[in-house]
Design a protein around this ligand. Structure first.
Ligand SMILES: Nc1ncnc2c1ncn2[C@@H]1O[C@H](COP(=O)(O)OP(=O)(O)OP(=O)(O)O)[C@@H](O)[C@H]1O
Length: 348
């Protein structure tokens, strides 16, 4: 996978090409001070309260009296949030024009690994502070900002310049059983995988031929030969009427999860073979379709390890589990207390 392929898979590159077949979205350039804020480790976020403000902590506060001590770490204290009034009003305007609820992304990634931190445990956002809370808690967002060209084969060539963007997509309730990932090589659809392979969906085994056919048709009518590259990965959604929508476009390579395939299989040049464990239909000249066929093969969710910091995952067994639960309760209570304090004192 070359750097150019990563550049081409940015939202702002593929969205104009496939606008008619995907969820309505708006793209806002991300100002440098917002990027700096997102990358600043010493700054924490407390969610809640007013939709227009975020509540954070930075170093070197001038307003010590208003501070709330949040941690023992001397470098981290609670102070008035940095404000980005101009950017904030652009974001709110965009959110309103998309119906009031959005799904946020950066150039490539959504903060899928951080939904556990949101009060509603969802990526649904109604304000800039909702977005900041998710972005600042997400390794996927940090990856976009700091190492977007990881796993590229031309790593010695200079990195292309990236204009960072906030992508706001109209919130849509997507049923996980309707999501599929398609692997396109040399402009041919070679493989389709159930996106959420951790679950068994009865309707997929019942309708495998129709699903495969509708995705193939969508691909050949609307996608094939339309994109800048001939190798890429497409995420699609088949709604309850059988209509297929484009959800996302990703680079064809290690940086993208190959789900029920392996990258070795996908890149070897050999035709994909049937897999005994998962549903797997191969039509002549058609893609191989893999899905989970029974509860027996169900696997743990790939995002499980992101819900809480890794050290806490280790703590979560044995007698230390109680300490972990107490700690998490304390974190949440502290966040609520800080928010209530700020509301009471007019800081929010
Ligand atoms: N507009 C939306 N409204 C609600 N949920 C959405 C929306 N867009 C995407 N999702 C959900 O979020 C998931 C991740 O979205 P998306 O593929 O855009 O993120 P990503 O970070 O690029 O993921 P990946 O790197 O795996 O491609 C989707 O599989 C879908 O379940």
């Amino acid at each position: 996978m070359k750097k150019e392929q990563v550049v081409n898979c940015q939202f702002s590159v593929w969205y104009p090409i496939f606008k008619k077949h995907t969820i309505k979205s708006l793209i806002l350039p991300l100002p440098q001070n917002v990027i700096d804020y997102l990358l600043d480790d010493g700054t924490l976020v407390v969610s809640g309260g007013d939709n227009n403000t975020q509540h954070n902590q930075t170093n070197n506060s001038d307003s010590e009296e208003e501070d709330v001590q949040w941690s023992d770490d001397e470098t981290t204290t609670t102070v008035t949030a940095p404000e980005f009034p101009e950017f904030n009003s652009k974001v709110l305007e965009a959110i309103n024009s998309l119906g009031g609820c959005v799904f946020p992304k950066l150039n490539w990634s959504a903060p899928r690994d951080a939904n556990w931190i949101a009060l509603n445990s969802s990526l649904q956002c109604q304000s800039l502070s909702d977005i900041f809370l998710l972005f600042k808690s997400s390794d996927f967002i940090t990856h976009d900002l700091t190492q977007p060209f990881l796993h590229t084969s031309d790593e010695d060539s200079p990195n292309p310049a990236i204009n960072y963007e906030l992508v706001l997509r109209k919130w849509s309730e997507l049923l996980p059983g309707g999501e599929f990932r398609c692997f396109i090589k040399e402009n041919k659809l070679i493989g389709i995988s159930q996106r959420d392979y951790t679950q068994y969906y009865h309707h997929i085994s019942k309708q495998e031929a129709q699903i495969c056919h509708s995705i193939q048709e969508f691909f050949s009518q609307h996608v094939q030969y339309q994109f800048l590259d001939e190798d890429f990965v497409l995420d699609v959604y088949r709604d309850s009427w059988g209509k297929v929508w484009l959800i996302d476009l990703n680079p064809f390579g290690e940086v993208t999860d190959s789900l029920l395939f392996t990258w070795e299989e996908l890149t070897s040049g050999n035709s994909l073979s049937a897999n005994q464990e998962e549903g797997d239909i191969a039509q002549q000249e058609g893609p191989v379709f893999r899905y989970t066929t029974s509860d027996v093969t169900v696997q743990p969710s790939p995002c499980l390890s992101y819900r809480i910091p890794r050290d806490f995952v280790d703590l979560s067994t044995g007698e230390d589990a109680y300490k972990l639960i107490d700690f998490l309760k304390l974190v949440r209570t502290t966040a609520v207390v800080i928010t209530q304090f700020k509301i009471a004192t007019g800081l929010l």
